[in-house]
Design a protein around this ligand. Structure first.
Ligand SMILES: Nc1ncnc2c1ncn2[C@@H]1O[C@H](COP(=O)(O)OP(=O)(O)OP(=O)(O)O)[C@@H](O)[C@H]1O
Ligand SMILES: [Mg+2]
Length: 232
């Protein structure tokens, strides 16, 4: 379960970019995070992946207030969270396969099964031909798919995706959504920031909506999402 209680945050000494945010996401739910550019979506995700601390409020995750977690405990908590960054953040000295395998290797995985598993996933997202390429040689949409594969490969407890379909065509974005829905069915709690209202409607998961740093409404936040059958 993820719960924000009266959370506010800002950068440096500037004004709050998120004000008095409260919501509760049950374990195993899937939500979209919507709102205009600059509304605070990425900032909210930063709080959830523990890259930034709030100025005020409590953030309950993994049974504790992570806003007050000790710095040395953060890496262990972060390992339970998969993230797709808006700007991908792939490691450029590694191939696509190596990037995606990294979370498994960090978790102590060894041997050829890892690569098999990674290659299967990369093939599913349409990257058969580009697995050995380094990120600098990939298109925006290809990088995005590598970033998604890296975030889901370990079946994290929580998956946060920041505009994960911003660089791919509608057909591929549905395919990627299907991947998120399948992961959600396995129990991962998912939050996807997106501008793509068509996709939000099609998938039908409830949304958290931000405007100017305020959470405006949550539709059906307790609904467990599981009806989407994938691209037809
Ligand atoms: N590192 C930073 N330092 C200072 N201000 C920041 C920083 N990052 C974001 N902001 C400001 O915080 C506000 C919220 O930004 P945020 O990136 O969370 O918006 P967003 O909803 O993700 O927008 P977009 O849809 O364009 O990605 C904006 O006013 C932005 O200018
Ligand atoms: Mg953003």
């Amino acid at each position: 379960m993820v719960e924000f209680r009266n959370v506010s945050m800002g950068y440096d000494k500037g004004h709050d970019v998120l004000s008095d945010i409260s919501f509760k996401l049950e374990t195993g739910t899937m939500h979209f995070l919507t709102g205009p550019s600059g509304a605070g979506k990425t900032s909210l995700l930063k709080l959830m992946y523990l890259a930034h601390r709030p100025n005020r409020g409590e953030i309950m995750m993994f049974g504790q207030d992570v806003a007050k977690a000790r710095r040395e405990d953060l890496p262990k908590l972060r390992r339970r969270i998969g993230i797709v960054f808006q700007d991908f953040r792939l490691l450029d000295h590694m191939s696509a396969v190596e990037n995606v395998a990294l979370p498994l290797r960090i978790a102590g995985g060894k041997g050829p099964q890892i690569n098999e598993h990674v290659e299967e996933l990369l093939s599913w997202v349409g990257l058969d031909e580009r697995m050995l390429a380094n990120p600098s040689a990939l298109s925006g949409g290809e990088k995005q798919r590598v970033a998604i594969a890296r975030a889901v490969i370990r079946r994290p407890d929580i998956l946060l995706a920041d505009e994960p379909t911003g660089n791919v065509d509608p057909e591929m974005s549905e395919r990627l959504m299907y991947l998120f829905v399948e992961l959600n069915k396995l129990g991962t709690t998912i939050v996807i920031a997106t501008h793509d209202n068509k996709l939000v409607e099609k998938i039908g998961a409830p949304r958290l909506h931000l405007e100017k740093g305020q959470l405006l409404h949550i539709q059906g936040s307790k609904k467990k999402f599981s009806d989407y059958e994938g691209p037809q």
